[in-house]
Design a protein around this ligand. Structure first.
Ligand SMILES: [Mg+2]
Length: 314
């Protein structure tokens, strides 16, 4: 009986199954369990790669997103996982399953626009007919120099946690777009839902400025920061002030709405991080609290943290 298992249990079961073949990754490689994989190609060095998919009725609705928006989002959510490692994509593959009559070229326009913004080239993929629209993007990039890719597991007790931008705007945008149409939808909130932007430069700069760990906010702040804390074996003392909440978002949307694609960063030296962001004309990162030496003890504004983020169930 497998019904009711959540995606994280299943990912762990699959990791165990796949690693039973060749053992866990070696030599600085990284397998299942982080935002991206890091693999050594014999004779060609290390690359960073990630894949993601978006499904009609689960991740988007064609009543609130255009075909171009769906293409943009599919590309951006994948490259966001490279950004969370402080890496950048060079190439991408696009796979689409779509019902008869769906304007795949318009979806391709959105993918192309996002790929240009992310600095990568789409070099292949696959098309299939299907009962609903499903779009998957796989992205790859070189392992960067200067500092190794950022992992979820690198945070240490005492590290400060920061986030690259306010949270909750995507969830607020979806709420308003899916409403009865009587409430005006601020353009910034609609864009946050339809056209999220991967924080590639922020991840890159953070990696070079001494960040110890990172994750992108896809499932929701509380869920994603919990992944980082678990992987790093640290406790959490989170402080989510007004400044971390996007204008127009509820507190619940900021904490657990997800799909913001901002980066949560850990660092022992937040001033160095702030200075590096300022030097690159990036938005100042926002304080989220600290990592502690009490693994499993997660506090939000002094109260036990409830992980209320999104998870798929099977
Ligand atoms: Mg991620």
């Amino acid at each position: 009986m497998t019904a009711g298992r959540d995606e994280f249990e299943l990912i762990e079961a699959l990791r165990t199954r796949f690693e039973a073949v060749d053992g866990p990754p070696r030599g600085g490689d990284l397998g299942i369990g982080d935002d991206s994989a890091v693999v050594t190609l014999p004779g060609a060095g290390q690359v960073v790669l990630a894949t993601d998919l978006v499904v009609e009725g689960v991740h988007f609705d064609l009543g609130t997103s255009s075909p171009e928006d769906v293409g943009w989002k599919a590309l951006m959510v994948t490259v966001s996982d490279l950004g969370a490692m402080g890496c950048a994509p060079s190439h991408a593959l696009l796979s689409v399953a779509a019902p008869a009559g769906f304007p795949i070229e318009r979806l391709g326009d959105g993918v192309a626009e996002a790929a240009a913004a992310a600095g990568c080239t789409v070099v292949g993929g696959d098309l299939s007919s299907g009962p609903v629209l499903v779009v998957s993007v796989t992205a790859v990039g070189p392992t960067p120099t200067g500092a190794p890719p950022l992992r979820r597991s690198g945070a240490r007790p005492g590290d400060h946690l920061l986030v690259t931008g306010p949270l909750g705007s995507s969830a607020a945008g979806l709420r308003l777009l899916a409403g009865d149409g009587t409430a005006p939808v601020p353009a910034a909130l609609a864009a946050a839902h339809r056209r999220p932007v991967a924080r590639l430069r922020e991840g890159w700069v953070a990696r070079l400025a001494g960040a110890t760990a990172a994750i992108d906010v896809s499932d929701g702040l509380t869920a994603d920061v919990a992944h980082l804390a678990t992987a790093s074996a640290v406790g959490l003392d989170l402080v989510v002030g007004e400044g971390v909440m996007a204008v127009g978002a509820t507190r619940d949307e900021a904490l657990s709405g997800g799909e913001d694609y901002e980066l949560v960063l850990a660092t022992p030296d937040p001033d160095r991080l702030r200075e590096a962001f300022s030097a690159q004309a990036l938005r100042a990162p926002l304080d989220l609290g600290r990592c502690t030496d009490r693994p499993g003890v997660w506090l939000l504004d002094g109260e036990p943290l409830t992980d209320s983020g999104w998870r798929h169930r099977f």
